[in-house]
Ligand binder design. Structure first.
Ligand SMILES: [Zn+2]
Length: 155
């Protein structure tokens, strides 16, 4: 038996929020395997992108579906302290939008990769995921997101 109740455990899990998460490591590993060169956690850039591919003028954010309030099966608003979580998630989304605008106006291309594309019951298979990322990097599109549904161009 687990010593923690489910509620306590999920609270602990949410408290552990850091860079170098498992989904992010997966994306880095995939890119590395394909021979891409990149920098990590560029603090000088708006929003501190997780991955920066200078050659492609592109930055990548690996977004946790809970933290960034993704409309998918990995997100549900907690039933306790709802107001607290809802504010936190909305703040994150506001920051995301601001960073996005700044990056685009500084000439960067922005790709979001959502956690649900990387793990969970609907994750994309790794070959498809890698191809999708690689194909997007080769385009000149300003921005896109990859979720469990595949790639979507953003405006
Ligand atoms: Zn998601």
């Amino acid at each position: 038996m687990d010593v923690h109740s489910k509620a306590v455990r999920s609270k602990n899990m949410r408290a552990i929020r850091s860079k170098n998460t498992k989904p992010e490591l997966l994306v880095r590993w995939l890119l590395h395997t394909q021979g891409f060169r990149f920098r990590l956690h560029a603090r000088k850039l708006p929003g501190t992108p997780d991955i920066v591919l200078k050659k492609y003028n592109a930055v990548i954010f690996v977004h946790g579906c809970f933290w960034h309030g993704h409309n998918c099966h990995l997100f549900s608003m907690p039933k306790t302290r709802t107001e607290f979580w809802s504010k936190k998630i909305n703040d994150n989304r506001r920051r995301d939008k601001l960073a996005y605008k700044q990056l685009i106006s500084n000439g960067w291309r922005v790709l979001y990769i959502w956690e649900c594309a990387l793990q969970g019951r609907k994750k994309l298979n790794q070959v498809r995921l890698t191809d999708t990322i690689e194909e997007w990097l080769m385009t000149e599109e300003f921005s896109a997101e990859i979720s469990y549904l595949g790639v979507t161009t953003l405006n």
